[in-house]
Design a protein. Structure first.
Ligand SMILES: C[S@@+](CC[C@H](N)C(=O)[O-])C[C@H]1O[C@@H](n2cnc3c(N)ncnc32)[C@H](O)[C@@H]1O
Length: 301
């Protein structure tokens, strides 16, 4: 499998008109058309990944439908009984993590900007007999409040591989803060920004830890799920967000932190030397330094 490479977004930034070709504007002044262009490239990339994921062993859709799997045990420990609650899953992809909460009794809404992913999520919901307690909405997460007509939810939920696709933790948190109902909860489990900043093949810092206006460009023609299929919309743009930036953004937008946990495990084999724990997680071996691979947090509005 070709390794994922990141490079500076020189092509993108050179269009900003800054004299030396580097982006010098703060996010507030980041030209909207450049940001839109990056998000549109990401959307096309995710649209193309969707059929590959649907056919993959990684997602194993038929197995998921058959085995009745609910949320992961650490998610249940975080949110408890969700029976009868409304739950919104932001960046839901093909809806498996969303529908797992429907199996646990929640009335779920999944939102994603990839039309093919949303179409697939609706189809899986029907095949799993969960269409009456689920709905899927196609929208950029930055427009979620508007598209959902100001509706608020008991729980807003985000699962692995979401934040890196968004340019600004603050803009994202501005949506989250308005989507959680007063007294409701927000829960996220995502890649830790320290793990994101590391090289693909070793525990070495290779990329910035903090949020920067300039995205990283990924020109890989493969996706993380198995399969030989190659992408044609190869270019995608990513941003890292430090833990402090994520937490502060949520607090700025009206949420109170209940707890924050940094985990020495993840749910996929991020590096070949990770060891399986036996319950779907992967850890660093004992002879390597222990560093956070994912994080989760619970907040209240
Ligand atoms: C790695 S996947 C999330 C996987 C997820 N944890 C799951 O349930 O399988 C990332 C998702 O984010 C979505 N996404 C990326 N940028 C987005 C945006 N600006 N608005 C809405 N969805 C976005 C992609 O379409 C993709 O489905």
């Amino acid at each position: 499998m070709e390794s994922i490479t990141f490079a500076r977004a020189s092509q993108l930034t050179s269009r900003t008109g800054s004299p030396n070709g580097r982006l010098v504007l703060g996010l507030g002044a980041y030209p909207p058309e450049v940001r839109e262009e990056a998000l549109e490239a990401n959307r096309a990339n995710w649209d193309e990944r969707t059929p590959i994921h649907l056919a993959s062993q990684f997602y194993d859709i038929d197995g998921w439908i058959a085995d009745g799997r609910g949320p992961r045990h650490w998610e249940v420990e975080a949110l408890g009984d969700v029976g009868g609650l409304s739950l919104l899953h932001l960046q839901c992809h093909i809806g498996l993590d969303t529908l797992a909460w429907a199996r646990a009794g929640a009335s779920v809404t999944g939102l994603d900007f990839s039309p093919r992913a949303i179409e697939a999520a609706r189809d899986i919901a029907g095949r799993a007999g969960l269409d009456r307690c689920s709905r899927f909405v196609c929208s950029d997460v930055h427009r979620a409040v508007e598209v959902l007509g100001g509706e608020t939810f008991d729980v807003v939920y985000v699962s692995l591989g979401a934040l890196c696709w968004l340019p600004s933790a603050d803009a994202w948190a501005g949506q989250v803060g308005q989507l959680v109902r007063p007294g409701g909860r927000f829960y996220i489990h995502d890649v830790h920004p320290l793990a994101w900043a590391m090289a693909d093949d070793e525990l070495e810092i290779a990329h910035t830890y903090f949020e920067q206006d300039e995205p990283f460009v990924d020109d890989s023609d493969v996706t993380y799920a198995d399969g030989e299929a190659r992408l044609t919309s190869v270019r995608s743009y990513e941003w890292n967000h430090g833990i402090g930036e994520v937490v502060t953004a949520l607090i700025r937008h009206g949420l109170s932190l209940v707890w924050l946990a940094e985990h020495d495990w993840t749910v996929w084999r991020r590096w070949p030397f990770l060891e399986p724990t036996g319950d779907g997680r992967w850890r660093l071996p004992a002879d390597r330094p222990s560093v956070p691979l994912t994080f989760s947090l619970l907040a209240r509005r």
